[in-house]
Ligand binder design. Structure first.
Ligand code: GAF
Length: 384
């Protein structure tokens, strides 16, 4: 798949700019195995990078102009000068990810000049698989390599998050950019979102990562996401702490009854989800799919009952997958919520049987047909 994206970027570059690109870079989307909404609470997440990517072909320029073509948006071009303030473009949303990354990068290191780029990708958009983070990280990686800037993958991830928070206006946490920048082939990554320390967790070939798109379009995702952030912040403030990372389950249980009931539920999800994420890391390290499946089911129930970020269509899809998979493995909603994708882990040899068992059961229940992406835990951003 990456070969096709590269060819497309190379061909469009040559055709539209009239010369050949010098370099190619890629950054992947991600699927989160467990640890949802814990990142902005300074907690733990366990995502893996997937083999769906954003690819960039590029070349340095001798002046300060930046020209970028979005091959997937009818070759639309964005062009601006590094000598002028970089401003938000209402008419082309895709261009703001690029502009935001460039603008924030210049605040860390401005030792780069203009460049020409062509971008193309195959991370499904609006499905909760982090197409925007992969775009931000791909651009950051391209600039870093092209101009040999002394900045690390963690800084590229933080820069992507800053662009998204402050320029694009989406208040996301750090998980998506970190896994896109730091992913390791055949591994998931336990990420401590407080220290930004990572630990690779092996994903053996005999465990399949099956992503199932509910094709239920996410709505409310922005406003509800921000509301969950506020409620978690209220929870931390109730305990007099800067974040929920500093709150233990014991102190929560001791004072739960005094709390606003909605805030208490949100806090319970975060605290138990952190614990499940650490347990899931152990389970995966031991190749224990049964335990992993139980933890995924508990995580889904917690997102449904305590964090209230699932929708009936997703709950149905998860229940059908859990039934089809049985005890060896499991399924849960993945990502920000309110629609999007479900992630399933199962023995690789059972994938066809599980898909066959699903038949048209989801369609019969919801009137929507699901889409499957069988993924491989992949390498993070790199030249390609
Ligand atoms: C979205 C956000 F971008 C992430 O930072 C994370 O909070 C996730 O939702 C929920 O776990 O993908």
């Amino acid at each position: 798949m990456i070969t096709e994206l590269k060819q497309r970027c190379e061909q469009r570059f040559q055709h539209l700019f009239g010369y050949a690109p010098t370099d190619f870079f890629q950054a992947p989307g991600r699927v989160n195995l467990i640890g949802e909404h814990t990142d902005y609470n300074q907690g733990f997440v366990l995502p893996c990078a997937i083999d769906y990517q954003t690819v960039i072909s590029c070349a340095k320029r001798q002046d300060n102009r930046v020209r970028v073509i979005a091959a997937d948006y009818d070759d639309q071009m964005d062009e601006f000068s590094l000598e002028e303030p970089i401003v938000f473009r209402e008419s082309a949303m895709w261009a703001n990810y690029l502009r935001g990354v460039v603008k924030h990068l210049r605040q860390i290191n401005d030792q780069f000049q203009g460049m020409d780029m062509v971008i193309s990708g195959n991370v499904p958009q609006g499905a909760g698989l982090s197409s925007s983070a992969s775009l931000e990280v791909a651009i950051g990686t391209a600039i870093q390599h092209l101009w040999q800037l002394p900045i690390t993958p963690v800084e590229i991830a933080l820069n992507g998050q800053a662009a998204e928070n402050q320029f694009v206006g989406c208040n996301c946490g750090i998980m998506d950019q970190m896994i896109s920048a730091m992913g390791k082939a055949d591994h998931a990554l336990l990420l401590d979102c407080q220290s930004l320390k990572t630990e690779s967790v092996s994903m053996p070939d005999d465990i399949a990562v099956l992503i199932v798109n509910s094709n239920f379009r996410r709505t409310l995702v922005g406003s509800e996401y921000n509301l969950r952030r506020e409620q978690c912040q209220q929870g931390a403030a109730f305990f007099g702490q800067p974040s929920l990372r500093e709150v233990s389950l014991e102190s929560f249980h001791a004072r739960e009854a005094e709390m606003d009931p909605t805030v208490a539920k949100r806090v319970r999800h975060i605290l138990t989800e952190n614990q499940r994420t650490l347990e899931a890391t152990q389970a995966l390290n031991q190749g224990d799919l049964k335990r992993m499946g139980r933890l995924m089911a508990e995580s889904h129930n917690s997102m449904r009952d305590d964090f209230a970020i699932t929708v009936p269509q997703i709950d149905r899809l998860v229940a059908l997958l859990q039934e089809a998979i049985g005890e060896e493995g499991g399924a849960r909603m993945t990502g920000g919520g309110f629609g999007g994708c479900v992630v399933a882990l199962l023995p690789a040899h059972k994938v066809d049987a599980v898909k066959a068992a699903m038949a048209d059961r989801y369609f019969a229940a919801t009137g929507i047909k699901e889409t499957y992406y069988l993924c491989h835990a992949s390498q993070g951003a790199s030249s390609c």
